[in-house]
Design a protein around this ligand. Structure first.
Ligand code: TYD
Ligand code: MG
Length: 451
C-alpha cells in the first residue's frame, strides 16, 4: 500500500509536496497542514458513471422536474420550490444556530423514508431533540455513523428518499487516512456523495460548519461540488434565524427564509415584519432602516446616528463600519445644500450588528438618521431608504432597486424612499408606498414636514 503525504491549505484547498508558511494561492499564513493519503485501501460501492453521448439541444426532452416537497414553506422558498432529486444541498451556519434542528425537523416532517446520519450526536441525543420538536415520524431512520462506506451501505439497504448528513466535517472515507474534517476528507467525501446522489437520484442535505472567517469550513471547493449552498444566519442570542441561498443551481438566490427558534423547534415566520418591529428602538430618534445589497443579496439593516453638541473645539465624527470619508462628505452636503448647522456637532454613526457593507445606497438612510437625531424626531420603523447622495444634494438611483423594494415589502416595510430619477421600472406590481425624491431637501420636507 502506497503511503504518501502532502500539505493542504485549510483555507483554499491548494496543496503542495512541502510545507509552506504562506499559501501562494490565497495568500493566507500558517494554513498548511500535513495530510497522509493512503491509496489502494477501501472500496466504495458507487456505480461507475454511465457512458454518455453528446445530444443535440433540440432533442433533449424537458420532462417536468418533480421536486420533493420538504413540507417547510420557508425552506421550499429558498430552494426554489422543493428538493430536486439527486441534488446536494449544503446547509452552513455557525455552531448552535440551529442547523441540526432544521434538518431533523424536515426529516421528521416528511412522509417518505428519510435517513438522518449523525456523526456528532448519539441516538439518544437525537431522540431527545426529536422529543423537543415533538413529532412522531413513522419513516425517519437515524444512523449514528461516521464512516462513509457504512453510510452508503445503509442507504443501499433502506433506500430512503432523502438523506441528511450531520455534519460533513465528521464523516470520513477509508480511502484517505487523514482525520475527519481535514480538507481532503471533506472534499473526497462530498465528491463521493455527489456521484452517488447523481447515480441514485437520492437528494442529500449536508450540514457544514462555518469557520471563523464566516465561510463554510473546508475549502471553497465544497461550494463548487454541491448544487445548492444555504446559509443559516442570525444572532444566537436573538431568536430569529434567516436562511439564505448563496448558490442555487435550481432556483434564485434572492429569496430568504425566516424562522424563529422556540423551545419546541423552529417556527416558520410568515409575517416577517415582526423581525423589524420587535427589536425595540421604537420611537427613538436617529434610527432608520436602509435597503442595502450585499453582493447581489438584498439586506435590510438598521442605521443609527447620534448627533450631539461638541464638547471640545473640534467636533468628533466617528463611525464603526461606515466609511468615515463618506460620512464627512454627506455632512458637508447637508451643511451646504440643506443648510443644517452640523459643524459644531459631534456625529456618531453605527450600523446595527456591526455588519460592514459597502453600498452607496445607504447614503439616504445615513442622512435621514443624522437629521432625525439632530431634530430629535423619530422616523417610523416601517419606512426604509435606498438612494445615493451626490455632491449637489441630488438623490441618485441605485442598482437593483426592484430587488430592494421586494425585500423591503417582504420584511414588512410600508414605505420606501428612492430616487426620482429611477427609470424604466414598473412600480405597480409592488404593494408598498414608493416615495420618489430628487433632492435632500425633499426628504426632510417629506419626513419632518419642514425644511
Ligand atoms: P442546533 O440545531 O444543535 O445547532 P447546530 O446544529 O447549528 O449547531 O441548535 C442548538 C440550539 O438551539 C441550542 O442552543 C438549543 C436551541 N434549541 C431550541 O431553542 N429549541 C429546540 O427545540 C431545539 C431542538 C434547540
Ligand atoms: Mg448540529
Amino acid at each position: 500500500m502506497a503511503k504518501k503525504s502532502k500539505y493542504v491549505c485549510s483555507s483554499c484547498g491548494s496543496n503542495s509536496a512541502t510545507w509552506l508558511g504562506k499559501c501562494p494561492v490565497c495568500g493566507e499564513w500558517n494554513t498548511y497542514e500535513e495530510e497522509i493519503i493512503t491509496t489502494g485501501k477501501g472500496s466504495i460501492n458507487v456505480p461507475k458513471l454511465k457512458e454518455t453521448k453528446p445530444v443535440k439541444i433540440k432533442d433533449i426532452s424537458t420532462k417536468t422536474e418533480v421536486r420533493l416537497d420538504s413540507k417547510n414553506a420557508e425552506l421550499n422558498r429558498v430552494l426554489g420550490g422543493g428538493i430536486i432529486p439527486g441534488s446536494l444541498t449544503l446547509l452552513g451556519g455557525e455552531p448552535g444556530i440551529g442547523k441540526s434542528t432544521l434538518a431533523l425537523q424536515v426529516a421528521l416532517d416528511l412522509d417518505v423514508g428519510v435517513l438522518y446520519v449523525s456523526g456528532e450526536e448519539s441516538l439518544q441525543q437525537i431522540k431527545l431533540r426529536a422529543n423537543r420538536i415533538n413529532k412522531n415520524a413513522e419513516n425517519c431512520f437515524i444512523h449514528a455513523e461516521i464512516l462513509l462506506e457504512n453510510i452508503i451501505q445503509t442507504i443501499d439497504n433502506i433506500k430512503p428518499e432523502l438523506v441528511v448528513i450531520d455534519s460533513i466535517q465528521t464523516i470520513q472515507t477509508e480511502k484517505l487516512e487523514s482525520t475527519p474534517g481535514t480538507v481532503s476528507q471533506v472534499r473526497e467525501c462530498t465528491t463521493i456523495i455527489q456521484r452517488y446522489a447523481k447515480q441514485t437520484d437520492i437528494p442529500f442535505i449536508i450540514i457544514g460548519h462555518i469557520n471563523k472567517e464566516g465561510s463554510i469550513a473546508g475549502p471553497k471547493i465544497l461550494e463548487h461540488i454541491v448544487d445548492t449552498v444555504l446559509q443559516f444566519e442570525g444572532d444566537r442570542n436573538f431568536m430569529y434565524r434567516i436562511l439564505r441561498g448563496i448558490k442555487n443551481r435550481f432556483g434564485s438566490t434572492s429569496e430568504i427564509g425566516i424562522f424563529e427558534m422556540k423551545s419546541d423547534g423552529l417556527r416558520e415566520v410568515n409575517n416577517p415584519s415582526e423581525l423589524l418591529m420587535s427589536q425595540g428602538n421604537d420611537n427613538v430618534s436617529g434610527v432608520t432602516i436602509s435597503a442595502t445589497l450585499e453582493g447581489v443579496r438584498p439586506l435590510l439593516i438598521e442605521i443609527q446616528a447620534l448627533v450631539s453638541s461638541a464638547v471640545y473645539g473640534t467636533p468628533q465624527r466617528s463611525s464603526t463600519t461606515f466609511d468615515l470619508r463618506r460620512l464627512n462628505m454627506l455632512l458637508a452636503v447637508l451643511e451646504k445644500r440643506a443648510g443644517f448647522r452640523l459643524s459644531t456637532k459631534d456625529v456618531f454613526l453605527n450600523i446595527a450588528g456591526g455588519i460592514k457593507i459597502i453600498d452607496t445606497a445607504m447614503d439616504l438612510s445615513v442622512i435621514a438618521s443624522i437629521l432625525s437625531s439632530d431634530l430629535d424626531i423619530a422616523i417610523p420603523k416601517n419606512v426604509c431608504f435606498a438612494g445615493e447622495i451626490g455632491l449637489s444634494g441630488e438623490v441618485r438611483p441605485v442598482s437593483r432597486i426592484e430587488q430592494r423594494i421586494s425585500e423591503a415589502q417582504k420584511l414588512g416595510i410600508i414605505e420606501i424612499y428612492i430616487s426620482k430619477f429611477t427609470k424604466n421600472i414598473d412600480f405597480s406590481r409592488f404593494n408598498i408606498k414608493i416615495t420618489q425624491v430628487g433632492k435632500v431637501e425633499e426628504v426632510f420636507r417629506n419626513l419632518f414636514g419642514r425644511k
